[in-house]
Write a protein that binds this ligand. Structure first.
Ligand code: PAD
Ligand code: ZN
Ligand code: ZN
Length: 375
């Protein structure tokens, strides 16, 4: 029986307040309004950005349904939706692409002005929520909210993908993989024969490694305080790995020495101020480029020596690897299916949705790269 037009009651993981476990609850999901799409989530990865909200590093309104790295099937569409239809396989997009704003129209920009990444209001574009639980409205997360059996998103926050795509893998294209890979090939524009340093070898950092290798980098140096991450980094293309804790001197000095003056491209894929500055200082003066990928910790400011920039280094950053989301996600899925890059090595755990808190614990303990939840 069709559920279109009706409120759906289903299970969702609600975070009622920071620093608490997620709570699996029965929620009501309202039908999509005009230009909105209701999606049955099939798989969702757990990304560190979700955990940043749980830990309180990223300030967000509560209660909220987190999750932003997923794949699913369209259940129903609101009035006026033309780009997806019920039954389509889709990936929700935490960076929308309206196609009309100044950023969407700029050839390089991807942080569409319809995004909720800057304001963190926790609502859809019309300013309201489609979720209720125990009589209370629940916030959306970055226009996606995928830790739920059903979610509602704006039409410009969803991309239709190949009907043959394996959702349990391509869900990573919704965030971690695309963010890392794009940071290397689109944002830094890594060049053949270059030397790269990647700070943080989690799901996103390893995807940076994959991107650096695809771009033809000759040397890819992985940097992590958890040496258990090194084997996988090498499998994916890192030529060497270093643990800052093995050295007396700051890691930027180690990298400058290892490379005879500094790397061509560096990436901070952790989300810490000290490593952002270390990554910048690891770049060669005159031309080095450093990319901030890790989400900056809320309400903290950086002080650094501007001579680092004056001497010709470039410091930049981007969300979602600089990809224009609706244009790029279907192509990335096709590229995966054409075996242009792997996703399997990034998926270390698969758990039923009911064990979502276990998935978060694995991430916090540094034991997982990506846990994919099955619904
Ligand atoms: P993760 O926790 O799986 O990986 C982080 C890695 O950093 C781990 O392997 C840690 O051991 C390592 N690490 C921690 N502290 C240090 C340190 N001081 N020095 C060296 N290594 C360290 O996270 P992830 O890969 O899912 O995400 C990484 C960051 O990227 C995180 O801040 C996340 O919020 C951010 C992110 N940004 C975007 C974006 O659009 N820019 C998208 C997705 C994730
Ligand atoms: Zn993410
Ligand atoms: Zn836009």
């Amino acid at each position: 029986m069709s559920t279109a037009g009706q409120v759906i009651r289903c299970r969702a993981a609600v975070l009622w307040e920071p620093k608490k476990p997620l709570s699996i609850e029965e929620v009501e999901v309202a039908p999509p309004k005009a230009l909105e799409v209701r999606i049955k989530i099939v798989n969702s990865g757990i990304c560190r950005s979700d955990d940043h909200v749980v830990s309180g590093t990223l300030k967000f309104p509560f209660p909220v349904i987190l999750g932003h790295e997923a794949a699913g099937i369209v259940e129903s569409i609101g009035e006026g939706v033309t780009t997806v239809k019920p039954g389509d396989k889709v990936i929700p997009l935490f960076t929308p692409q309206c196609g009309k704003c100044r950023v969407c129209k700029h050839p390089e920009g991807n942080l569409c002005l319809k995004n909720d990444i800057e304001a963190l209001n926790g609502v859809l574009q019309d300013g309201t929520s489609r979720f209720t639980c125990r009589g209370q409205a629940i916030h959306h997360f970055l226009g996606t909210s995928t830790f739920t059996e059903f979610t509602v998103v704006d039409e410009d926050s969803v991309a239709r993908i190949d009907a043959a795509a394996p959702l349990e893998k391509v869900c990573l294209i919704g965030c971690g993989f695309s963010t890392g890979y794009g940071s290397a090939i689109r944002v830094a524009k890594v060049t053949p024969g270059s030397t790269c340093a990647v700070f943080g070898l989690g799901g996103v950092g390893l995807s940076v490694v994959v991107g650096c290798r695809a771009a033809g980098a000759a040397r890819i140096i992985g940097v992590d305080i958890n040496k258990d991450k090194f084997a996988k980094a090498k499998e994916l293309g890192a030529t060497e790995c270093v643990n800052p804790r093995d050295f007396e001197k700051p890691i930027q000095e180690v990298l400058v020495e290892m490379t005879g003056g500094g790397v061509d491209f560096s990436f901070e894929v952790i989300g810490r101020l000290d490593t952002m500055e270390a990554a910048l200082a690891s770049c060669h003066m005159g031309y080095g480029v450093s990319v901030v990928v890790g989400v900056p910790p809320g309400a903290q400011k950086l002080t650094f020596d501007p001579i680092l920039l004056f001497n010709g280094r470039t410091w930049k950053g981007a969300v979602f690897g600089g990809w224009k989301s609706r244009d790029s996600v279907p192509k990335l899925v096709s590229d995966f299916m054409a075996k242009k890059f792997p996703l399997d090595p990034l998926i270390t755990h698969v758990l039923p949705f009911s064990q979502i808190n276990e998935g978060f614990d694995l991430l916090r303990a540094g034991k997982s790269i990506r846990t994919v939840l099955t619904f």
